[in-house]
Design a protein around this ligand. Structure first.
Ligand code: GAF
Length: 388
């Protein structure tokens, strides 16, 4: 039986604050093995939910006022369906965005009380925002019996982030948060939303995340820029080749043939995307065949592309990946998530994991004056109710 890391504190807070017992739901953050910045380019990605999650306690309150308390922020917001557009608070946007999207698809949401707690580190590339959106959407759907499928919950959560928060993200994070299964990675086709589970059996190896503890502020704006650069260049090349607009219809050779039609930056972006799409296919084979050396090599190649072609890495991430290259027993490392800070994901022999953490801590501290954090990856279940 899967045991979650749900927050007892959130339940306690709910009972103290609202004097009744809630129903409790949870949804995890995620890792991504490979396939970075590929979801919105309609390729394949390989994410999985982790044992860090958002807990959402909910009970209807028979008024027209919603009251939501965040334990992380120690703040309560309250609003009605006619005032929620004016809520300024950062974290509440993720919750209200979901309510807004549910209303847009015609769902009636009675007012409720909620407490929220989470242990997904913020700004670490582990998608605390998707965990919050999905916990909200999953809880409201179950509690008010809205009959949405898991796919619809993921899409509504993504739409909340796109339309209410203003980040034009793809579907990967929300899909992983809702669909994750213990010890499996998901190979998701972001074009059709078809998916397959792959056992994440790494033998003597394990996955360790190293958190740089930096998040450079240009992340969100550069994210939206990358999306636009790819869309524009894809359109030009597809038209020139006379094929439907999809990266699946293009090859690296096409990039050479039509290179005069796009600028150098666009060519770099497309070169990364085509390479990364190919790497996901190779990585799923390597995982199936337990060829961990091949998998590690692909992680390094992915980072190389993210650093030099897609240009979404940063000094701190590059330092960690470079450090890992000389480390005995470490097969591969790359930045993970949107970039400009957050975590690297590292494929390493179990027995070398402690010394890697110790040595990287020393080197990273010496360079940046920051002690990094490390997390052992445990792949857990997607959104669910916590039965108390
Ligand atoms: C962020 C986004 F939210 C995802 O959709 C994805 O594009 C990722 O960056 C990069 O792979 O987490």
């Amino acid at each position: 039986m899967f045991s979650s890391n749900f927050s007892q504190k959130a339940i306690q807070e709910f009972q103290n604050r609202y004097q009744k017992k809630p129903r409790v739901f949870r949804s995890p953050g995620r890792i991504n093995l490979i396939g970075e910045h590929i979801d919105y380019n309609n390729g394949w990605v390989m994410p999985a939910g982790i044992d860090k999650e958002v807990t959402f306690c909910i009970s209807k309150n028979e008024t027209d006022t919603f009251r939501i308390f965040s334990l992380n922020q120690q703040e309560e917001v309250s609003f009605t369906l006619s005032t929620y557009n004016s809520i300024p608070s950062g974290w509440a946007k993720y919750v209200i965005g979901v309510i807004d999207e549910l209303i847009k698809v015609g769902k009636k949401i009675p007012a409720f009380d909620a407490t929220i707690d989470g242990n997904v580190p913020f700004g670490s590339g582990l998608s605390s925002s998707a965990a919050l959106e999905c916990a909200t959407a999953f809880a409201i759907n179950e509690y008010f019996e809205l009959n949405l499928s898991r796919k619809e919950i993921a899409l509504i959560s993504q739409a909340a982030e796109n339309n209410f928060v203003g980040v034009n993200c793809g579907i990967m994070d929300q899909f992983a948060s809702v669909f994750s299964k213990e010890n499996q990675v998901i190979r998701l086709d972001c074009d059709t939303l078809e998916y397959e589970y792959f056992p994440c059996e790494l033998g003597e190896y394990t996955l360790i995340l190293a958190n740089t503890l930096v998040k450079h502020s240009l992340g969100d704006s550069e994210y939206n820029t990358r999306r636009r650069e790819c869309e524009t260049a894809l359109e030009v090349l597809s038209d020139a080749k006379g094929v439907e607009k999809s990266f699946r219809n293009l090859t690296i050779e096409d990039l050479n043939t039509y290179s005069s039609l796009i600028n150098e930056t666009q060519a770099k972006r497309l070169s990364f995307v085509l390479g990364e799409i190919n790497r996901v296919q190779l990585a799923s084979k390597a995982l199936k065949n337990k060829d961990f050396h091949e998998l590690g090599k692909l992680l390094y190649e992915s980072h190389e592309g993210l650093q030099h072609l897609y240009e979404v890495s940063c000094e701190e991430l590059d330092f960690m990946v470079n450090f890992s290259k000389g480390f005995e027993g470490l097969l591969g490392s790359r930045m993970m998530g949107g970039g400009f800070g957050g975590c690297t994901i590292n494929l390493i022999e179990r027995k070398s994991s402690q010394s890697f953490q110790k040595e990287l801590t020393g080197a990273y501290f010496k360079q940046f004056g920051i002690e990094p954090e490390f997390y052992q990856v445990n792949i857990g279940e997607g959104s669910s109710e916590v039965i108390l």
